[in-house]
Design a binder for this molecule. Structure first.
Ligand SMILES: NC(=O)c1ccc[n+]([C@@H]2O[C@H](COP(=O)([O-])OP(=O)(O)OC[C@H]3O[C@@H](n4cnc5c(N)ncnc54)[C@H](OP(=O)(O)O)[C@@H]3O)[C@@H](O)[C@H]2O)c1
Length: 257
């Protein structure tokens, strides 16, 4: 068995490719009920087909997470079909290469929407739903190690991910008495199609299958924060502990590679 998560209803937002699709494939042989959503219907349907073939029930719903009503509709449909949401993985997001001397204010707002609003639009209806369930539930977010510090050429993305982490940190403390648990997952570089094409340097990159292994382990253990791989995590922690003039210099060198 690839996971101890079995017989659960798992909503994955951003399941048509990359890490989200790999997590769906990893949960599929364990007899779960998966609700998969993303914008691209054909890609999503293909992942759903694989999930059903591997042994889990699966609902695929094409929806834009930027639309709050559509997001609330996905949560409502999941509950109508399967009765509850036990685990939600809010995984939609993207961090393109963005030099601060070339971005427009609209670019920065767009990246904020693509990484922050897409989470909030699910967070709100999920908190209402999980708060009504006798056993509460888990809300996990695919953050990034870039959410732990300002990464050059990824400033707007780092800022948006940091904002989500802060929101989730507050929600975790506030909602623990109601049985709602929160996990922020911080991957380093993962070799997905999108990332392979962006031209940024990617030290210690892991495959999307390996990333899915880490993510599923985090869903099983439910830590407040899960970071991987250890090499990039250690690098980020060290940079955060160094005085700013030293860490700035290291980051400048890494970004120039
Ligand atoms: N790859 C990395 O190196 C890396 C590192 C750290 C963190 N992350 C994070 O991991 C998550 C997954 O990224 P990935 O690398 O696996 O890239 P990906 O293949 O582009 O996956 C992103 C997923 O989110 C969906 N999505 C994006 N915008 C959406 C929207 N508005 N509404 C609904 N679905 C939306 C995409 O599907 P549609 O386009 O079909 O909507 C896709 O299924 C992201 O949050 C990313 O920030 C990635």
């Amino acid at each position: 068995m690839t996971t101890t998560i079995t017989g659960r209803t798992v909503l994955i937002v951003g399941a048509s490719s990359g890490i989200g699709a790999a997590v769906a494939r990893r949960l599929a042989p364990a007899g779960n009920r998966l609700v998969l959503t993303a914008r691209r219907a054909p890609e999503l349907a293909a992942v759903a087909q694989e999930v059903r073939a591997a042994g889990s029930a699966c609902l695929d719903i094409a929806a834009d997470a930027l639309d709050p009503e559509a997001a609330a509709g996905v949560v409502a449909t999941a509950v109508a079909e399967f009765g509850s949401v036990d685990i939600a993985l809010l995984n939609a997001g993207q961090g393109p290469d963005m030099a601060m001397d070339r971005v427009s204010t609209a670019d920065v707002s767009r990246i904020m929407a693509l990484n922050y609003d897409v989470v909030v639009n699910y967070l709100v209806p999920l908190i209402r739903q999980l708060g009504e369930q006798p056993d509460g539930g888990l809300i996990a977010h695919t953050n990034s190690l870039a959410g732990l510090m300002g990464i050059p050429r990824q400033g707007p993305y780092s800022a948006a991910k940091a904002a989500v982490r802060t929101l989730i940190d507050a929600a975790r403390v506030e909602l623990a008495p109601r049985g709602i648990r929160f996990t922020s997952i911080h991957p380093g570089f993962v070799g997905t199609e999108r990332v392979d094409a962006d031209g940024l340097p990617k030290p210690f990159q892991v495959s999307q299958e390996r990333a899915a292994q880490y993510v599923v382990r985090a869903l099983e253990r439910e830590p407040a924060q899960a970071c991987f791989p250890w090499q990039t995590t250690a690098l980020v922690r060290t940079l955060r502990a160094l005085p700013a003039p030293v860490s700035d210099r290291v980051l400048r060198l890494l970004a120039a590679r």
